[in-house]
Design a binder for this molecule. Sequence first.
Ligand code: PLP
Length: 346
Amino acid sequence: MKSLYNFCAGPAMVPPEVKERLREDLIDWQGLGRSILEVSHRTAAFGELFERTRANLHALLDLGEDYTILLLQGGASGQFAMLPYNFLRQGSATDYVVRGYWAEKAAQQAARVGRVRTLAAPGDWDERAVYAHVTTNETIAGTALPEDFPQPPVPLCADMSSDILSAPRDYRRYALFYAGAQKNLGVAGLAVVVAEKEFLSHARRNLPACFCYLEHSRAEGLYHTPNTFAIDALYHTTEWMREQGLETIFARNERKAAKLYAELDRSGFWRPLAPKAERSRTNITFRLPTAALEAEFLAKAEEAGLVALKGHRALGGVRASLYNAFPEAGVEALVDFMRSFEQTHG
Ligand SMILES: *Cc1c(COP(=O)(O)O)cnc(C)c1O
């Protein structure tokens, strides 16, 4: 198989060890003579996988027993709708910090359900808001919120799709947070939703069951058929993270981002897009002096096995996504490629 480095923002690279385990599971899961695709979610074997996956996440996120984890379909976008739908009532208000594309999307969906006030930065919170919402990492712009932003006086909710478990974070600050799994936690088709049980107890009960947090929570996450394959991928990804150790992963992520930003800051040829204080570790965005050079850069990079570096269509330019599974050697290969490109085109 061709070996390459895949910088895709999502669905993103999966660790090779995880792909190997998934390959085995696709043929014969746990020696049952059946694929993971063919096993009922009501079997004891699947129930065990489900509980181990949730326990792994619980441990990795360092949460207490006062939190519960739901593994739902509908991705992060499903949560843009489900969160306000479950917590806002007629006339009730909420604060959304909007500093990018995904926060804007989340706020727009909430505005269909309740009154949304948008804030340009965390702080100056409304004490009567039902909750406050932030997007910890803007995947398209490549910007991140600082970890020490002011805590709201109301329950704090967050979209962490592109930086969950990629760097140290106090998850206990949050009443509810969610992430699509296809960036840092495995494969598409799954939203990881983590909520404080006390906060969840205030959710609406009289909603259609499939879109009701309390219904999912009451059924211990198995209200209906979940995405069993994505849960298996999440299980192997969380096992891989525990084997590697979070400190090792976080330190590697730090080095990967530092190497690429150092190259971007080395020469005026590169034009990093995020303000220095807001630089994301997981999504690094930059431009070249002209659109023609960008097109050539992306084409030559692709030929060199550095694939999916094209920036999001809303922004253009170049984007390198460096989630947990992305190897350090891939960043070194990109930096080498950038240097020789600048030498011939700068
Ligand atoms: C990718 C992404 C989303 C959208 O996720 P889906 O699972 O496709 O709905 C939402 N928020 C952020 C921050 C993202 O990076």
